[in-house]
Design a protein around this ligand. Sequence first.
Ligand code: SOE
Length: 366
Amino acid sequence: MTKQKLNIAMIGSGFIGKVHSNAFRQVGHFFDLPYELYLKVICGRNRAKLEAVAAHWGWEEVETDWRTIISRKDIDVVDIAVPNALHAPIAIAAAEAGKIVLCEKPLATSLEEAERMAKAVRRVPNLVWFNYRRVPAVAFAKQLIDQGRTGQPFHYRALYLNQSGNDPSKATGWRYKRSESGTGAAGDLFSHSIDLALYLNGPISELTAMTHTFAPDRDVDDAALLLARFSNGSIGSFEVSRYGVGCQNRNTFEINGSKGMLRFSLEDMNRLDFYDATETPNLQGSRSLMVTGPNHPYWEIFWKPGHAVGYEHPFIATLGDFLHSMAREETFHPNFEDALAVQRVLDALERSALSRNWVRLDGNQQ
Ligand code: SOE
């Protein structure tokens, strides 16, 4: 059977463009895809850099104007991997032109922008690259929670720490400028922690937060702390920072429930700690599960049991699942609506930090 061809245009050629290029290249090697993907055109501002990236990853053409990409009839998929302030204009134009739209996180630089984006993509297949949902250990945590293995949830605890703010060579890019990124650590790191929290533990009903900027001349937050009440009755604490010196990419969560505990750290991403409080007391103890199979999420897609996966695999899994759900005409998650839910929490975080008050959310986060 001949497969439908999909011509992909990726806008952006930085770090995350490399991760996406790899996912587009690799996805057909792992997933039995319902489509044939073509890495048609890569778009960015610097032609010389684009040509080098295109040659390296096998993009057929380069383009320096994203509007030209949108107007091209032969482009099926627009993938947005550029600074946050450009997400909205590109995503809205692409959706209006009927393209399939994939977008990096955080979705937008404001709630108002995110609402317009989510509305614009309603009629086209869409995805937001909250990649950590598809770390096999995280997907397995979700399965255990859904099976009731952790029972009634009491605590949700998350950290996302890196040390980029403390490194002057890194702390000058677009991620540190409000005009291009909207927020600092909140959008960059917190968006991941919030997406995971909403996915694993459900909507947040109210929160209080503080943000802090260490660098004297910076107009975005470097760190944020947040306390939350979830609709399921549990309480949450979150900390994100670009001054987590000693941590390069520490993304963790821990859940304490009436029947057990789950603990994950991206620094040991193939493992999930599980404590089963229903076992006889003399056998109770936290076990460190290697989540590479058998019978773990994606174990038949990637390597044999015991053969670890890395940073790139959740992106490949995100894309593979997305293409399958598109072929089945099913709604994929995380999509723009899920990312809008994250944006509502980010907006509440900012309002709470400014007003120094608790902020209620309407529970409309899933
Ligand atoms: C930089 O802080 C960054 O690349 C984030 O933007 C990503 O979303 C995160 O996964 C890793 O760190």
